[in-house]
Structure formats: C-alpha cells, structure tokens
Ligand binder design. Sequence first.
Ligand SMILES: [Fe+2]
Ligand SMILES: [Fe+2]
Length: 310
Amino acid sequence: MTPLRLDRLDLLRELEPTAAKNLDRHLAISKEWMPHEYVPWSRGRDFDSEPYEPGQSTLGPVAQIAFEVNLLTEDNLPGYHREIVDGFGRDGAWGTWVNRWTAEEGRHAIVMRDYLLVTRAVDPDALERGRMQQMQVGYDAVGKDALRVMAYVSFQELATRISHRNTGRYTEDPIADRLLARVAADENLHMVFYRDCVTAALELTPSQMAIAIAEEVLGFEMPGTGIADFGRKAKQIAKAGIYDLRIHHDQVILPLLTHWGFFELEGLDPEAEQARTKVSEFLTALEGLARSYEQKAQARADRARQRVDA
Ligand SMILES: [Fe+2]
Ligand SMILES: [Fe+2]
C-alpha cells in the first residue's frame, strides 16, 4: 500500500484556515514595540574621533560572543525569508504571515546592533565583517518541504527564544537583559504560530508530518552554523549554560514533542513508525551526551574548588 502523502499545494490549501486563524491570533496578541526605546543612546560617541578599543566593552568575553552570534543569526534574515517563502508561498494568509514575520524579525537585528554599537560592547569592525561573511554564506534549507520548514522553525524559534533570554541574563546588564527579553517575547509568539500549524498538520496528515518532525529533530542545526569559528563559539556558549545539549533536549525538543503528543500518535504508517523510533533513539543518545557533559563540568568545578582549598 502506498502511504498517503499530500503534495505541497494541497497541504498549503488545507492548512490555509489554520494559518489564517493563527495569524489573526498573532496580530491580536502581539504588542507594538519601538527598538529605539531599548537602546541607551546617551552612551554613544563618534568612532572617528574616539576609535573603539577592546577595554571599552562592559560585557565579559563570553557575553560578547553570545550576543554577537545571536545578532549574526538575526542578520541572515534575507536567507530565512527566502526559505520561508519557498515553503509557504506568497498567497493568502501564508503570504501575509511571511511578510509580518519578516518585518518583526527585522527589528531584532536593528535593536541588537544599535545596542552593541552605542555601548561599544563588541569590536564594530569585526561585527561588520562577520555580518558580511555570514550573509554571503547565506542560508540554504536544501529543498525542505512546507512540513519540514514548519517543524524546523518551531524548534528554531523556541531555541532562539531561550538563547536570547539566557544571553540577556548572562550579560548582567539590565539594559541588555530587557532588550533581549523583548526580542525573546517575539520569538515565543513566532514559535506558537508554527507549533500550532504543526498540530493542525498532524491532524491532517499524521504520518507525513511525523516524518517531517523526525527529520528536523535528527538533523537540527542552529542557523548560526555559517558564522566564522562557530564551533568554538558554540562551545563557549554551551559552557556558559546559555545554550547547551541539556537545554536543547529538555527545553526545546522534548516540550514540543510532548505538546504535539508525538509519541502517542496513533495509526502511523510503517515509514512514520520507523521515523518515530529513530527520534526515540536519538533522544536517548542526546540525553546521555548531555549527562556526560554535565559530569565533565562537575568534575572541572570540583577540581577548581580543590585547587582553591589547597
Ligand atoms: Fe529573531
Ligand atoms: Fe522569530
């Protein structure tokens, strides 16, 4: 028996009422906010008369890295916009959502860059070169269909929400904290939109959506992977507890799978059952890896304490 699969146009047509309902809700609950009100402009000085020096930053080195990575990720918006248009199209509620989402996302890079430049929190030349490099690498979702895009952005918006929120706290600067909490609140509403589209798709075509979710859980990569030296930076961000495997497992992947009732879905076809088994195995491995990193971190902390006591 050939499993039932809907093609892209049927999917988008069938899910159009869901997109319209979720869009209306989003427009009703999202609050207008002004990026310029989150930036301490009075701290600004001209760079030509007073060039940047590393000692001017009031953020620690890891807070600088996390902020920079979060901003460069936001900078890649044109690439994500293209992928989302490819997934959802330009028509009807989908098209309206894509444009609204893009406009909201645009605000994130604006407010974050303004903050970093005005406060001289990072090297402005390195930041600009990083932006140029990141945007030229671009972002390529390699032919993901609408369902995979939906699953990916659900995880990604939630991951971004947490990463912004934790970066804000980590800076220990109340201004940065308030700014990143505001951005994180946007990411949360984006996540809710996509998450609820996935819920509707699971009702419409459960096996097809379950396979898409599985593919995205197994292959998940943060969009910042095109950033120069991303591996080293990601490690430092993880060590600082801003975004690590434990958070990825406990606060991103698991809550969404639970919300969707992924492991309780009934009547899946054999291909979807197999995909679900792989997710289960993957989560066990991820949990094991997260635990082993925690044990290593604990051992490091114990050794440091012993050295202080000695
Ligand atoms: Fe964003
Ligand atoms: Fe977002």
